[in-house]
Every structure is written in C-alpha cells, then in structure tokens.
Design a protein around this ligand. Structure first.
Ligand SMILES: Cc1cc2nc3c(=O)[nH]c(=O)nc-3n(C[C@H](O)[C@H](O)[C@H](O)COP(=O)(O)OP(=O)(O)OC[C@H]3O[C@@H](n4cnc5c(N)ncnc54)[C@H](O)[C@@H]3O)c2cc1C
Length: 399
C-alpha cells in the first residue's frame, strides 16, 4: 500500500486540521475529560458529536445521498489520525453510526432511512445495541426477549445485558424473539425501540474500573410491556438473525486502526517511563526483561498496523475481508493485554492507584485501560469464538 497521501488526501487532511483548530475548544480535549465526572464528560462528548455532525464529519463513508461524504477508507484513516493527534474526545454514539446506519442503508425501508439516518449523521442521537442476554452471548440465537404483535404494535418483554451506552441512548437496536415455534435462528426480529418508551428501564453496571456510563460503560435494560410500532421492524419479520449478523460485520471495520494508534501512544509512555524511572538503583530500561517486553509490545503493535494496512488495501481493491478480521481481533486482544500487563509491571504498586487518586500514574489511564483490556477478549466475539471461526471457515476443520 502506498502510504504517501495523494494531493486530494492531503487537501482533505488540511481541511480537517484547520477545522479542528477552529472548532475544538481546549477544555473539550480528551485528556482534560479525565478530571470530570462521567456525566460531565459524556455531556461534552455529546456536544462534540453534534459539532462533528454540523461540520459534516460524521458518517464520512456514507454515500452523499444519505448526507455522508462518500469518503474513501484512506480518508477515514486520516480522520482517525488527525482527531487522535488533536486529542479530540470520542462521540457518545457508536452503535448508531457504525452498525445501524450501514444496516439501514442496505435493508431499511425508505421511511426508516428518512427517520433515522438524518438525526444520526447530524449527531443528534445515541443508539445502543440490545443483543446480549444472560443466556445469549456467544450463543446469541438463544435469546428470550419476546416481541408479540398486537394490532399495529409489538409488545416487548424481556431483559438485555452488557448494552454499551444504553445509559445515554435515545434508541436501541433490539433483537427479540417473534416466533418461538421455529428453529431458534429463524424466529428473531430486529426492532428500533425508543429508549424513553414507557416500560423501558436501564440499570448501569458499575465496573471494577469505576466506570458506569460513558464510552466504555454498559447496562442492563428491562422491557416491561413496551409498545413498539410495527413499522420499526428493521430488515423483515423473523429475519433478525441475518440483520443482526450483517450489523456485526460493520462493527470491526476500521476500528482496529484507531485502537492501534492509541496503543502506539501508550507504548511511548511506557518506554519513557522505563527510561526515566529508577528502581533498586538503576533505570527500569536497564533491565533486559523490561527491554524484551517493550520490544515484544512494539512488534505486536507494528504487526497490528501492517495487518490493518493489508485490510485497507484489500478493501480499497474491492475485496471484502473475510475471516482475517477474526485473526485481527485475536492479535488485537493479545496486543492490548500484553501492553497493559507491561504497564502494570513497570508501574509497580503505584500502577494500582485509580483515576483521580493522588499519585495515579498517567492520571490513572493505565489502570483503567488495563481493566478494559480484560474485556477485549470478550466483546465483539470471544477469543474462543474467533478461534472457532478461523478453524472452521479458514481451515475447513470440523465443528
Ligand atoms: C466491553 C463490552 C461491551 C459490550 N457491549 C455490548 C453491547 O453494546 N450490546 C450487546 O448486546 N452486547 C454487548 N457485549 C456483550 C458481548 O457481546 C458478550 O459478552 C459476548 O458475546 C460473550 O457472551 P457472554 O458474555 O454471554 O459469554 P458466553 O457466551 O457465556 O461465554 C463464556 C465463555 O465460554 C466460551 N464459549 C462460549 N461458546 C463457546 C463455543 N461455542 N466454543 C468455545 N468456547 C465457547 C467463551 O469464549 C467464554 O470464554 C459487550 C461485552 C463487553 C465485554
């Protein structure tokens, strides 16, 4: 892949840099949000999301007919690099722009496109993903939340869990069982459910990292006789399995590129920390073990970058990536966990001080990201599920 920017890409990067300079107030920078409460930080992320929407920077890759820029993958990468460099905060919505938008463009009715895509691309709404249940995670088709048609409305009853950002969401893309009398993959339907409907209760789950809502937070959602108009069925009644799987394929996309950029920044912090911190009369970097682990992490991150570039190249040549995304997810998780294991080892006891605590290392980002790195072997399909996919679909091994 040619990493030099074309004149058009350079112009795009320049336009973005100057827009960021004019529009990102210093007090909104991501690194400044750490000092705030979760709700205060989420309020700023929401304002930033609207600003990006007004500036035409959301849904970059969406076609122009839906308000996007029809951006190339390279332009999306440029967007990630530049916003990361500018220390821009994240948007609150993720599921809407990444999963629902592309799914609706492909499978939504004209009315749904009209109702849902505009608010999404203008940054006005937050969607959450209501798929998982206590007995339906890896085996998602086992879900039990019921939606029963009564007149023009579905009546929904059930319970969802691990729903990221449901705390702040205005809408939920919900998978519910509409037909219990057919094989379990065949009786599921996706519904767009308004989160302030009577009968919807959200309960944030407090995590070990201290986070409840916010970009990494998740919730339980209870549905108690919630009425949902039948025109909110997305992609056809009893077709929810196919629709959900399609939505999930949009999930990873370029996200690993963003994560890799973040890992690079943390790796540099670790290296500088090892150079400047003395323990037992010598600098940490003087230890061969420390140097070896830093080198291992460095090569993990470089490998991640190269796999990303290969993914982008294939995509730009019109090839749709297949099970390599499972390989990328496996490697991403190993990289994530090794990196933060190293952070904890280098920091020693001080690495355990939580954010906002006196003497927290790097404002407590290492410890909270260490906890979050434990989740990376679960979300987006567990390590075991990725291995199954690789074994069965890449190598043709028996189930
Ligand atoms: C940070 C985070 C955010 C999330 N956000 C959302 C969200 O927004 N919306 C949502 O709906 N869900 C969300 N989830 C839930 C996530 O999709 C599930 O946790 C995941 O699918 C695993 O399901 P489970 O937790 O029920 O574990 P289980 O499926 O019960 O797995 C338990 C263990 O058994 C193993 N296992 C299961 N099946 C097999 C198999 N066939 N072969 C081999 N091993 C197997 C697993 O690898 C795992 O180790 C989120 C999870 C996390 C951690």
């Amino acid at each position: 892949m040619d990493l030099n920017l074309s004149p058009a890409e350079e112009a795009f990067a320049q336009e973005l840099r100057s827009w960021l300079q004019r529009n990102l107030p210093p007090q909104w920078r991501e690194s400044r949000l750490r000092a705030l409460s979760e709700d205060e930080a989420a309020a700023i992320c929401m304002q930033w999301q609207k600003k990006l929407g007004d500036g035409g920077w959301l849904g970059l890759a969406w076609p122009r007919e839906y308000g996007g820029r029809g951006a190339t993958m390279m332009e999306q990468v440029i967007f990630m690099l530049e916003t990361h460099r500018a220390d821009a905060p994240p948007t609150v919505d993720r599921a809407g722009l990444r999963l629902l938008g592309p799914t609706l463009m492909e499978l939504g009715t004209p009315d749904q496109k009209q109702r849902f895509l505009g608010p999404l691309i203008r940054g006005e709404v937050v969607w959450c993903q209501g798929f998982s249940e206590t007995d339906a995670g890896s085996d998602l088709a086992n879900l039990r939340t019921r939606a029963v048609l009564q007149g023009d409305h579905y009546i929904v009853n059930g319970h969802k869990i691990w729903s990221s950002n449901a705390h702040y969401a205005s809408w939920c893309m919900l998978l519910a069982r509409t037909n219990p009398d057919v094989p379990k993959h065949k009786g599921i339907t996706m519904l767009a459910v308004e989160m302030n409907s009577p009968g919807v209760t959200r309960r944030p789950i407090r995590q070990i990292s201290g986070i409840t809502g916010g970009p990494h937070g998740f919730n339980e959602i209870f549905f108690d006789n919630v009425s949902v108009p039948r025109e909110n069925v997305i992609g056809g009644v009893d077709n929810g399995w196919q629709v959900g799987m399609k939505a999930i394929t949009y999930e990873r996309g370029l996200f690993t590129m963003l994560v890799q950029i973040q890992f690079e920044t943390v790796w540099q912090e670790l290296r500088d920390f090892a150079r400047t911190t003395r323990r037992g009369g010598r600098a940490l970097i003087d230890s061969a073990v420390v140097r070896e682990r830093l080198a291992q992490s460095y090569s993990d991150i470089r490998l991640m970058r190269l796999s990303n570039l290969r993914y982008i190249t294939r995509y730009m040549r019109g090839m749709r990536p297949g099970e390599e995304s499972s390989l990328m997810k496996l490697h991403w998780t190993a990289t994530d966990q090794r990196l933060y294991d190293l952070a904890m080892a280098l920091g020693g006891p001080a690495s355990l001080v939580m954010p906002k605590g006196a003497r927290a290392l790097y404002e407590g980002t290492w410890i909270s990201d260490y906890f979050h790195s434990r989740a990376s072997s679960i979300y987006g399909g567990t390590q075991d599920i990725q291995r199954n996919l690789i074994a069965e679909r890449m190598y043709g091994l028996p189930r």
